[in-house]
Design a protein around this ligand. Structure first.
Ligand SMILES: Nc1nc2c(ncn2[C@@H]2O[C@H](COP(=O)(O)OP(=O)(O)OP(=O)(O)O)[C@@H](O)[C@H]2O)c(=O)[nH]1
Ligand SMILES: [Mg+2]
Ligand SMILES: [Zn+2]
Length: 363
């Protein structure tokens, strides 16, 4: 056993009274294999298996996926036992209806993508794969997941002038950061600093070949890693389209303390639930609408405000509510193009203030 204990909080774990009352110690799933899980716990990187009497007998127990926090019975001499999946703050799951059609009950669902991420990096290649509809679907998915989307237009080194494309994407990506990047030249990577924070988890989404793993490597290099982290196949660009280089999801922690979940490109998007529109991505927020004591409640400091109460009870996160507001404000601006720029600046300031507030409360 190593001398130095790992602090799981640095892996994004938030201890609560609930976890204190469950037996075992917390751990985070870093990869999922057929029946075996890779985990990180306070002692070291370990392997684990599901406790059968918990996961197979009790049909309500959620099967862990990459990024999940779980409680384990630590075993120093072999596989540890996974006792419980803890509540997720964000998740990508498969479409429930297709799951039913396929006869899923509660079998291990390898198609589930990731859990407990703070940001979704949506990677779109500037030289192919450029499709606004797809970008919108990714955005809807990302908002639904409970995390914050960021759009990266990749391989900027291959395109002479991408400003037009950048502007087009900014128009559909309401309230979302859009960046042109290149893993080859390092262009735009510094701008991502505000997301690459210790303890935060970022999931990478995007078609096969857009450069997800290359970006992991570029960011790792930037963080001082000497070794290459993800395998990238450099000769496949022309002759072997459709092959997937990354074959499983892996949570990686960089030296800077940020965590990245790289995913295989596959048909991910088709498998995920994108049946709802962007407005309905916030059904978790909108369920409180119209439940305030006053009809014209501004959700500021009015008594009997259902939103504020939900936040107070911990049912709704402040961050989620802020995102909802941001999206609402931006949506209104798109309808009113005349005041567009002025208001965009206002939002920018509002968002920065919000960030400062968040950072303060974290200290
Ligand atoms: N010119 C250029 N090529 C890039 C860049 N990023 C990635 N590539 C190339 O694009 C190809 C695919 O890159 P990967 O990083 O494997 O793509 P991926 O999204 O991880 O693909 P899957 O693992 O299959 O989902 C490789 O040939 C890379 O060398 C870039 O910024 N510029
Ligand atoms: Mg890859
Ligand atoms: Zn209210």
């Amino acid at each position: 056993m190593e001398d130095i204990m790992i602090n799981l909080v640095e892996y994004g774990f938030i201890p609560t009274t609930m976890t204190e009352n469950i037996i075992g110690i917390p751990a985070r799933i870093t990869a999922v294999h057929k029946e075996r899980y890779e985990l990180i716990c306070e002692f070291r990187q370990i392997y684990g298996r599901l406790k059968a009497s918990v996961y197979y007998v009790n049909q309500n127990e959620t099967f862990p996926i990459t990024g999940d926090f779980v409680m384990i019975q630590y075993n120093n001499n072999g596989d540890s036992q996974i006792l419980k999946t803890l509540q997720r703050k964000s998740v990508f799951t498969r479409n429930n209806t297709s799951r039913l059609k396929e006869g899923y009950t509660n079998a291990i669902n390898e198609q589930d993508v990731a859990a407990n991420f703070d940001y979704v990096f949506i990677l779109i290649s500037l030289n192919f794969d450029f499709n606004l509809n797809r970008i919108e679907r990714y955005l809807t998915l990302a908002w639904q997941s409970g995390a914050i989307p960021v759009i990266l237009l990749t391989k900027a080194d291959l395109i002479e002038d991408y400003s037009e494309k950048l502007r087009t994407v900014e128009k559909v990506a309401i309230g979302v950061g859009v960046y042109a990047v290149s893993s080859k030249t390092g262009l735009g990577l510094n701008e991502l600093g505000e997301y690459l924070l210790p303890g935060k988890t970022i999931v990478f989404l995007g078609s096969s070949g857009v450069g997800k793993s290359s970006l992991v490597n570029a960011l790792a290099k930037q963080a001082g890693h000497k070794e290459v982290i993800m395998v990238v196949n450099d000769i496949r660009e022309k002759d072997s389209k459709g092959r997937h280089t990354t074959t499983h999801r892996q949570l990686i922690m960089l030296n800077s303390g940020v965590m990245i979940i790289d995913t295989p490109g596959m048909r991910e998007l088709g498998m995920l639930d994108v049946s709802m529109g962007l407005g309905q991505s916030f059904s978790d927020v909108e369920q409180y609408m119209g439940k305030c004591r006053f009809n014209n409640c501004q959700h500021q400091s009015e008594p009997g405000c259902a939103i504020k109460e939900a936040i107070f009870r911990g049912e709704l996160s402040q961050e989620r509510w802020s995102n909802y507001l941001k999206l609402k404000i931006e949506a209104r601006i798109v309808d009113d193009k005349t005041g567009y720029l002025r208001e965009k600046q206002q939002i920018h300031r509002w968002y920065e203030k919000q960030n400062r507030k968040n950072n303060k409360s974290k200290r």
